[in-house]
Design a protein around this ligand. Structure first.
Ligand SMILES: [Zn+2]
Length: 55
């Protein structure tokens, strides 16, 4: 497994994105916000921002 996963609803609700580019507050706190931000940009460069709320 070369990606991080979490079992919380926030993480699972990001199924529209590549699984390797999903994150949540738990991963952010575990890995660090700066790490997660750069990791997501690397995994999902076409996504302009980290998915938070899509309304
Ligand atoms: Zn989580």
């Amino acid at each position: 497994m070369n990606y991080y996963c979490c079992t919380c609803p926030a993480w699972r609700n990001q199924s529209a994105h590549p699984v390797s580019a999903c994150t949540c507050k738990h991963l952010c706190s575990l890995l660090g916000d700066a790490y997660e931000e750069s990791r997501l940009k690397l995994k999902n460069p076409n996504d302009p921002a980290v998915p938070t709320t899509t309304t």
